[in-house]
Write a protein that binds this ligand. Structure first.
Ligand SMILES: Cc1ncc(COP(=O)(O)O)c(C=O)c1O
Length: 361
């Protein structure tokens, strides 16, 4: 019998699957989630509204009510908004309508692994520049790469997962003007940074922004993402999105979350920012650790002890962080999300203990 795997494209077979070990710990700070569940009043109101709706019927073809609320929240037109089953789905949809065999996608690494993964599966080619040595976007090398490689899409993650780097608006404008392709900015963590490039959408129809309800909105389980773009671009991307991709419960919960954002969600985003800054100061005080300042709800930390060992030691103490040491430029780093005040205290105490004991213990 022929090898069934021969039917799979070579670049796909050569890829490592995007996956996460199913480890569990009491302090789970490995996925940049909110450490606080979404407020009970959001859950109750979403459930109340769902009880009054027919579950036997498909939801509206376009989630118009949600798009209207997002338009108000983002200051952008509803016709230029798409919603998806997580922002991952919309990143995939954008790449599906732009990338074919031989088409290039430009990224700056280290960054979110999915851009490379999806591009490769679609038969496209990744062109990658590095961040600067101090982990900023290197606009000169991006500009040169745009000129040389002529990518169909350039993807910038801002704040960048995992380094927290932000792209400056003036640098993004240089890119938007230098390229003949699209520039997608993944703003999955923009609420924590209190910074967005959305104001450039009016002037640059080649700009696309991805956002999510999985991080600051504390609703990762419901899988809700959205995209902001020029209406004519959003219309094209929508051709790669399956009908009824966002279920009615998630649509309804997202509407409620937006209505209650100021009262019930934003205060926690502010606390996360303050906790991040405290964590950064405390980790800097531990000999052997050098955290990188981040504007998101996570940070990478340079470690004089091999990151894999640090992660293992933390797991023994029921704390789960992310080993990012296989990523370019990050051989000596692990990543931690910002937890609750108590969880951050536990992390700080555990790291003090591990580093006081030293690498041989
Ligand atoms: C930069 C970035 N973009 C997108 C996502 C995925 O978000 P979603 O849960 O909306 O698919 C993540 C999740 O970790 C992320 O870090």
């Amino acid at each position: 019998m022929a090898d069934p795997l021969e039917a799979i494209k070579d670049p796909v077979r050569n890829l490592r699957p995007y996956s996460l070990a199913p480890e569990y710990a009491a302090v789970k700070i490995n996925q940049n989630e909110s450490p606080w569940d979404v407020h009970r009043s959001v859950k109750e109101e979403a459930t109340r509204r769902m009880t009054g709706r027919a579950w036997s019927r498909y939801p509206d073809f376009v989630a118009a009510a949600l798009h209207e609320r997002l338009a108000g929240f983002c200051g952008w037109k509803a016709e230029g908004i798409l919603t998806g089953n997580g922002s991952n789905e919309l990143i995939q949809a954008l790449l599906m309508v732009t990338v074919g065999a031989g088409e290039r996608v430009l990224i700056s690494e280290p960054t979110f692994a999915l851009y490379r993964q999806i591009t490769t599966v679609l038969g496209g080619e990744i062109v990658s520049t590095c961040l600067t040595r101090d982990f900023r976007y290197d606009i000169e090398s991006l500009r040169s790469a745009v000129r040389a490689a002529r990518p169909a899409v350039t993807i910038i993650c801002s704040p960048n997962n995992p380094t927290g780097s932000l792209i400056e608006a003036r640098d993004l404008i240089i890119l938007l003007e230098a390229t003949r392709g699209l520039v997608a900015v993944d703003e999955a963590y923009f609420e924590f940074a209190e910074s967005s490039v959305a104001s450039l959408l009016n002037d640059y129809p080649n700009l696309i922004i991805f956002r999510t309800f999985s991080k600051a909105m504390a609703m990762a389980a419901l899988r809700i993402g959205y995209l902001l773009a020029a209406p004519e671009v959003a219309r094209e991307v929508s051709k790669a999105v399956l009908p009824y991709n966002l279920n009615l419960f998630s649509q309804t919960a997202a509407e409620v979350a937006l209505e209650m954002y100021e009262a019930k969600i934003r205060p926690l985003v502010r606390i996360a920012g303050a906790e991040r800054d405290r964590l950064h100061i405390e980790l800097k005080r531990i000999p052997g650790l050098a955290p990188l300042y981040s504007r998101a709800n996570f940070m990478v930390v340079r470690s004089s002890i091999e990151p894999r060992r640090v992660c293992r030691e933390l797991l023994k103490r029921d704390i789960l962080v992310r080993d990012v040491s296989s990523q370019p430029m990050l051989e000596d780093y692990f990543r931690t999300s910002v937890g609750t005040h108590h969880e951050n205290d536990l992390l700080i105490r555990a790291l003090r203990e591990i580093f006081e004991a030293g690498p041989e213990n």
